[in-house]
Ligand binder design. Structure first.
Ligand SMILES: [Zn+2]
Length: 138
């Protein structure tokens, strides 16, 4: 199996957004700017390099940042119940694992907070005024 062959399934499973910073493909990123990240780095676990369950959908920036770092599994740690998105665009974790993913992955960097806030405003405006555009962005 070539891992790119599972890209369509992974994209769908991860709702076309980065598992770490939550940026969606539709928000100005092109397909090629998203990676299939080996959650358990290949360097540490070569045997897991072809396992579907070891793949997460990640934007290029987050994939590069993660590299070989050990991060709690974002599919578990960043569940809606463990995460708050504040009106100003910052994230806070409601448990240790979520806080660790946010810290290690730099999810509250000035750049990401600004970008998140911009998109929250755009989504809010579309939600109220343009349901069709809202649907295409979400
Ligand atoms: Zn990302």
């Amino acid at each position: 199996m070539h891992i790119q062959s599972v890209r369509p399934w992974l994209r769908d499973e991860f709702s076309f957004r980065c598992v770490y910073c939550l940026v969606r493909e539709q928000w100005g990123k092109r397909l090629g700017e998203f990676d299939l990240d080996h959650f358990e780095p290949v360097a540490r676990s070569p045997e897991a390099s072809l396992e579907y369950d070891n793949l997460v959908y990640s934007c290029r920036a987050c994939n590069l940042r993660k590299g070989k770092r050990l991060v709690p599994d974002p599919t578990q740690a960043l569940l809606e119940s463990a995460l708050r998105v504040h009106l100003g665009g910052r994230l806070s974790g409601l448990n240790d694992e979520a806080r660790r993913v946010i810290a290690v992955m730099g999810l509250n960097s000035a750049n990401l907070v600004r970008r998140r806030l911009t998109w929250m405003r755009i989504i809010d405006i579309c939600h109220k005024n343009d349901p069709e555009l809202f649907a295409s962005l979400m």
